[in-house]
Write a protein of this length. Structure first.
Length: 579
């Protein structure tokens, strides 16, 4: 905010406040703001506090999910860091939902919607209350992009703090997590797992606080945001309940005060090159397909032109090095144990795969942050060497073809093969597909088609973790493929293609597939094709009629009305910007 803007906003002809109080001064300075100060005295402000930078601490605490159940205490640590550094912290809350609990139900339609609600609510509180800076804390999947979208929109000095990963549970002397439970449903349906064993597994898989333990969406986005420069070094790779995480929170409170003093704002950090760095790290770690959706949305909020094809561009030169769940062996806690993400960043930088000159929330460049960084211990194989990668190029494969004219996203680890051709077995919802997988209606060689689950059609673009887990649990991971205009959990693996655009609800080709139609998915050619004549596709589309909206009131109706296509990040303010 310029000095003239501050002066106009105050409307009293007084000299503008310093840049350290550019926003809070508008709310609390002068006799005419006495009532505002009176309200703040009631929540603990002293006279001296009105002279300090006010820092909003956006907490996503909730007892809805173990991912966020500890974040209230982390917010206290952030506030301590702010206050000790000479600021005045104001803690406030926003929402979270639980993907893991709602997965496979109608409630999951609210998951992606929650990203927008989180972003909107943080923007609303900070914009209203005049905070000079922000620290946002996230735990579950949509918290992270939601927080960063808000920070980018507001463009006030800010730091993001990840709530940290959960530790694995133990079942029959092996490590387990929430995806282990989802995948147990398949063997249970095949009578290979008893009711008692399933109950034992579900009781021990999630031992406490923290985000789901593999390189699923939460850990993927935390690592991406650190690579983007918006978190302190190694904030993404710490256990949720640890002295390291508490220290990270305090340091983040101190860091935001330094950002204010140095005039460094999120859009100074969130540049095009910084997004390249984030995609590079997501690729190297074998991260979630949701990173495509969220990084596109975060870039949009920051005013950066990022395209779905940038994932292909970067994937051609960056190998997958992390042998991490769901398709690999290790959980996030193992990456934490060997040193976290910092050594990986140093390796990528030394290999010329990162832009080292990108600014970060430390006030230093990425290269400066990594000076003197230790490498991983020699005996570990969580992060592979460049001469022994998990996959020599990227796993996030952007497909085009007559089934996805504006793109689709596949997660190809290489273990499920690079090409699949089969016959369509069509379902109009996730629930009907799951039932057919579990009752053996789905057969080897099928391409499961789940449609009307896109951003508008669902609405909300549900994650298909239940069907993909059932496929793996049934031992069909290499025998069937699944395609959808919905999306996938970071825990999904197998021959799966999501984010098919245009989606069925707006008349994409996926809407007119019939049972038995041949479909080819070719990861090497980056193509997904409905193998019927173009004239037949045209004739079917001419007869297709758009379905009635599933919701006509409330948040899902508003979301369906405003949301953009998945290949644009499923943002809700795209058309507003164009007006």
């Amino acid at each position: 905010m310029s000095s003239q803007t501050i002066k106009r906003a105050r409307g009293n002809g007084k000299p503008p406040a310093s840049a350290e109080r550019a926003f809070s001064s508008i709310v609390v300075d002068g006799a005419e703001r006495a009532a505002s100060r009176a309200m703040l005295h009631a929540v603990g402000f002293t006279g001296e506090d009105f002279k300090k930078s006010q820092i909003g601490v956006a907490s996503t605490w909730s007892m809805v999910t173990p991912c966020n159940m500890h974040i209230d205490q982390l917010a206290v640590s952030v506030a301590q860091g702010v206050n000790q550094a000479g600021g005045k912290a104001v803690v406030f809350n926003t929402i979270t939902i639980s993907d893991g609990i709602s997965m496979g139900t109608e409630g999951m339609k609210y998951s992606l919607v929650s990203r927008e609600v989180i972003a909107d609510s943080i923007e609303t509180v900070a914009g209203c209350e005049g905070f000079d800076g922000l620290v946002a804390l996230g735990g579950c999947d949509k918290n992270m992009p939601g927080c960063v979208i808000a920070l980018a929109r507001l463009n006030r000095p800010a730091v993001f703090v990840y709530g940290g990963t959960i530790l694995p549970g133990r079942f029959d002397d092996r490590p387990v997590d929430v995806v282990s439970v989802f995948e147990a449903v398949g063997p249970h349906a095949n009578k290979k797992m008893s009711d008692a064993d399933l109950a034992r597994l579900e009781a021990c898989a999630i031992p406490g606080a923290g985000s789901c333990g593999g390189m699923y969406t939460a850990n993927t986005m935390a690592c991406a945001i650190e690579a983007l420069g918006m978190s302190l070094p190694n904030s993404s790779a710490q256990a949720a309940i640890s002295k390291e995480k508490n220290a990270d929170c305090e340091r983040s409170g101190t860091a935001v005060m330094e950002l204010i003093r140095n005039g460094i704002r999120p859009r100074d950090i969130m540049t095009r090159k910084a997004f390249d760095n984030a995609i590079t790290v997501v690729t190297a770690l074998g991260g979630s397909t949701n990173a495509v959706l969220h990084l596109l949305a975060m870039a949009h909020a920051a005013g950066v032109k990022l395209h779905i094809d940038d994932f292909t561009r970067i994937g051609k030169r960056v190998p997958v090095l992390g042998d991490l769940k769901p398709s690999g062996k290790y959980v996030m806690a193992e990456l934490v144990r060997i040193g976290g993400v910092t050594p990986l960043l140093k390796r990528l930088l030394d290999k010329g795969l990162l832009h080292g000159d990108c600014l970060t929330v430390t006030g230093k460049s990425l290269a400066e942050n990594l000076q003197g960084a230790n490498d991983y211990p020699p005996a570990q194989d969580v992060i592979r060497s460049f001469d022994n990668p998990v996959k020599p190029d990227g796993h996030l494969v952007i497909l085009y073809g007559n089934l996805a004219k504006s793109g689709a996203v596949a997660k190809i680890s290489g273990k499920e093969g690079l090409r699949f051709r089969g016959r369509a077995r069509v379902f109009e919802s996730e629930e009907t597909a799951l039932a057919a997988i579990l009752d053996d209606t789905v057969k080897r060689g099928d391409v499961i088609v789940i449609r009307y689950e896109g951003p508008k059609g669902g609405p909300g673009m549900r994650e298909m973790l239940s069907p993909t887990s059932a496929i793996m649990g049934k031992g069909l991971g290499k025998e069937v493929a699944l395609i959808t205009d919905g999306r996938f959990s970071g825990g999904s693996h197998g021959f799966v293609v999501g984010h098919i655009t245009p989606e069925a609800y707006v008349g994409g080709t996926i809407a007119i597939i019939k049972n038995g139609d041949p479909i080819t998915i070719d990861a090497q050619k980056r193509e997904i094709t409905l193998d019927i004549p173009a004239s037949e596709i045209k004739a079917r589309l001419a007869k297709w009629k758009a379905p009635k909206p599933r919701y006509t009131r409330g948040v899902l109706a508003k979301y369906a009305h405003t949301v953009s296509s998945a290949h644009l990040g499923a943002v809700t303010d795209l058309e507003l910007e164009a007006m």
